[in-house]
Design a protein around this ligand. Structure first.
Ligand code: IPE
Ligand code: IPE
Ligand code: MG
Length: 248
């Protein structure tokens, strides 16, 4: 699948990706799981390039979930350090490519202060970049995001800043209120679940599940997922009549 096969007028505005399968990729090669995480970096940056080529406005990737703290301490430690080094090594490159970087997730403990500082400096560096917004979900959990938004709305209601708690009030209190709804949600590695990723924003997303393990994903795979998306019919609850022609 080449990006030439894509209808440029119907590219999904917001693509979200659950980057899964690093551990299995490593296991298949007799390598430690962390080697799979390292190999995922090239996949991520090729996917970013692919998204830029396709003219996707928003790309959101799941890097570390609130549930991932349950992994062995050595893997958690590796992932924290790896994400930190990735920001140190790649922030300027993303800025040069015109990519605005934003983080979604809880930034307090147990996320190390050094990583939070780097997250905030990367957001500041790229704040005015306009070609694409890359959101990195880190220490992200959708149920926490909704609980945090509901709590903030309840406080604002009690203190008279809003008159009611409705969908707009919740939306305005999500981790990044500027984040548009997800059009296409991709999960790699053959797993078919959401694992607490973007329950609000992906409520009407088209879902594409691919067998490819994350380190093998690239811009061509992204284009293939976009082509599958373009073959779907989005209805948003509306009735759509089909004209059936009976020959005979
Ligand atoms: C995804 O790959 C990366 C993270 C969750 C951080 P996994 O590490 O979940 O890989 P598998 O699912 O074990 O193959
Ligand atoms: C989801 O993958 C989280 C990330 C990709 C960061 P997991 O591998 O952690 O999800 P489960 O445990 O299979 O649901
Ligand atoms: Mg996994």
């Amino acid at each position: 699948m080449q990006s030439a096969d894509i209808d440029r007028d119907r590219v999904p505005g917001h693509v979200a990706v659950i980057m899964d399968g690093n551990g299995r990729w490593a296991n298949q090669r007799g390598l430690p799981r962390n080697a799979g995480h390292e190999a995922g970096e090239a996949a991520l940056f090729d996917t970013v390039e692919g998204a830029l080529e396709l003219g996707i406005d928003d790309l959101t990737v799941y890097a570390f979930s609130t549930e991932n703290w349950k992994r062995p301490a050595s893997e958690v430690k590796f992932l924290l350090g790896f994400n930190e080094s990735l920001l140190v090594r790649r922030a300027d490159e993303l800025h040069d490519r015109g990519v605005r970087v934003r983080f979604i997730g809880r930034r307090g403990r147990p996320v190390p202060k050094r990583l939070v500082n780097l997250i905030e400096s990367t957001e500041a560096l790229t704040a005015d970049d306009e070609r694409m917004t890359l959101r990195i979900a880190f220490n992200y959990g959708g149920r926490n995001e909704l609980a945090d938004a509901a709590k903030a709305a309840a406080v604002d209601l009690a203190e008279g800043r809003i008159k009611r708690i409705d969908t707009r009030a919740i939306e305005a209190r999500l981790y990044d209120p500027q984040m548009p709804p997800v059009d296409l949600l991709v999960r790699t590695s053959g797993e078919q679940r959401l694992s607490n990723f973007l329950p609000w924003q992906a409520a009407y997303a088209e879902l594409v599940f691919t067998e490819t393990l994350w380190p093998d994903f690239d811009r061509r795979e992204l284009a293939r997922c976009v082509a599958l998306y373009q073959a779907r019919e989005r209805r948003f609850g509306k009735a759509v009549d089909k004209v059936i022609t009976i020959r005979g």
